[in-house]
Design a protein around this ligand. Structure first.
Ligand SMILES: *[C@@H]1O[C@H](CO)[C@@H](O)[C@H](O)[C@H]1NC(C)=O
Ligand SMILES: *[C@@H]1O[C@H](CO)[C@@H](O)[C@H](O)[C@H]1NC(C)=O
Length: 93
């Protein structure tokens, strides 16, 4: 929106950012990435801060199963493709 200044946000531990979802109150940005969902506070005008980083890495078993299917290691991550508001307390990923 015009009232929101642009800021650049980078996090060295986050790869393959795939999807963004802004909360209804526009104070929180949910970011779907590789093996992670981040919650970023965007309510302040002077910058963004990570509130939470939910790790969603595949388990050892998932990695073994994935490799057995002949997939490359790079393709065995979890890629968060969809983020949607489910209700006031949950989002769907
Ligand atoms: C994820 O990011 C890496 C490094 O930038 C890139 O090589 C790879 O193709 C990306 N994978 C997907 C599924 O977007
Ligand atoms: C939101 O949905 C989840 C999953 O169905 C449910 O467990 C939770 O109680 C719901 N929250 C509200 C406030 O309805």
């Amino acid at each position: 929106s015009p009232g929101r200044s642009r800021t650049v946000f980078t996090n060295p531990d986050v790869y393959n950012t795939t999807t963004l979802l802004l909360s209804n109150d526009e104070g929180t940005l949910f970011v779907g990435a590789r093996d992670a969902v981040l919650t970023i506070d965007v309510s302040q005008t002077d910058g963004m801060t990570v509130k939470e980083k939910l790790d969603w890495s595949p388990s050892e078993k998932d990695l073994v199963d994935c490799a057995m299917k002949g997939k490359m290691k790079m393709d065995c991550h979890n890629f968060v493709r969809v983020l949607q508001v489910l209700n006031s307390t949950h989002i769907y990923a």
